[in-house]
Design a protein. Sequence first.
Length: 94
Amino acid sequence: MNADPMLIYAFWQSPDDSYHTAETIASVTGLSLQTLANQRCKGNGIKFVKSHSSVYYRKEDVRTWFKSFGSPVSSTSALTVRDLPILVCAPQVE
């Protein structure tokens, strides 16, 4: 899914207690709709509410989710080894 600039802008301009669709949250976070759905099933993603067959995310909960990743750094030299992601690469098949 491509990020929709209008959805992202509307999200960040909204009050913290506003609710947003999964499509909006996918644009804001860069996660796919399927990843969001998988996280909801496993209970390890962003908090959400379900109304009938629709899913909504509260902006404040999305902000909390972003903050859970730690403090931003101003340069890569400020990173420590524990801050670096673990990359798993599949071997190339020839």
